[in-house]
Write a protein that binds this ligand. Structure first.
Ligand code: E4P
Length: 218
């Protein structure tokens, strides 16, 4: 399973790279705004910086909502760096844009997926990734992991090459359950990735080992 980090924060991205387990990055306009990145030139420069830090796919989302503008913006993003994956929202124009990008060999991530039908449509249009939002479905009383399972099953039934990128992954159990289901990728904040390190018995066990070593070596 690939680990993507869901942030536009360069420090967090570098920390995940340094841990040695990062396969890519996803961003969205809210995450860019959180870092205070504004204006086309700054946004482009920031994506370029992310691509220079990470060896892997970097999703950069189009702001446009109509087909022609999505294509213009997406092609500009794709020209920035070979790692860029154009992130396109699940709308009618978005599906058309994904088809266009797929025919041009430009990688895409179809975002804001909340149903199996939406994921199927994006896969048929040739999306590289589909992003079901697990946490946001949980937020409204649904079970986001059920959707991830449905999509994994459907894609496997027909051998679609589209990868299931579980997004809006908020905590460690989400990530583990996505792995059990067989999602190709999870994207989550740094805290979820580093959360995998933690177990109290590891901490206690290490403290005992070190204390015993010190006792006989001092
Ligand atoms: C995915 O690409 C989205 O950027 C992200 O995972 C959304 O997560 P949130 O629901 O925690 O904002």
């Amino acid at each position: 399973m690939k680990f993507f980090i869901d942030t536009a924060n360069l420090k967090d991205i570098q920390e995940a790279v340094d841990l040695g387990v990062l396969d890519g990055v996803t961003t969205n306009p809210s995450l860019m705004a959180k870092e205070g990145i504004k204006g086309v030139d700054n946004v482009m420069a920031h994506y370029k910086q992310i691509c220079d830090i990470v060896d892997g796919d970097v999703s950069a989302e189009v702001i446009a909502v109509d087909f022609e503008e999505m294509v213009r913006e997406g092609e500009m993003l794709a020209d920035l760096h070979p790692s860029i994956v154009v992130k396109v929202p699940m709308t009618r124009d978005g599906v058309k844009a994904i088809k266009h990008f797929s025919e041009k060999g430009i990688k895409t991530n179809c975002t804001l997926i909340f149903s199996a039908g939406q994921a199927l449509l994006a896969a048929k249009a040739g999306a590289t990734y589909v992003s079901p939002f697990v946490g946001r479905l949980d937020d409204i009383g649904h079970d986001g992991l059920v959707l991830v399972q449905q999509i994994v099953d459907i894609f496997s039934n027909y051998g679609y090459p589209t990868q299931v990128l579980a997004a809006s992954v908020r905590h460690v159990p989400h990530l583990i359950q996505c792995a059990e289901i067989g999602a190709d990728v999870v994207t989550c904040p740094l805290s979820v990735i580093t959360g995998l390190l933690k177990h109290p018995l590891t901490d206690n066990g290490l403290a005992t080992f070190l204390a015993d070593h010190k006792r006989v070596n001092s």
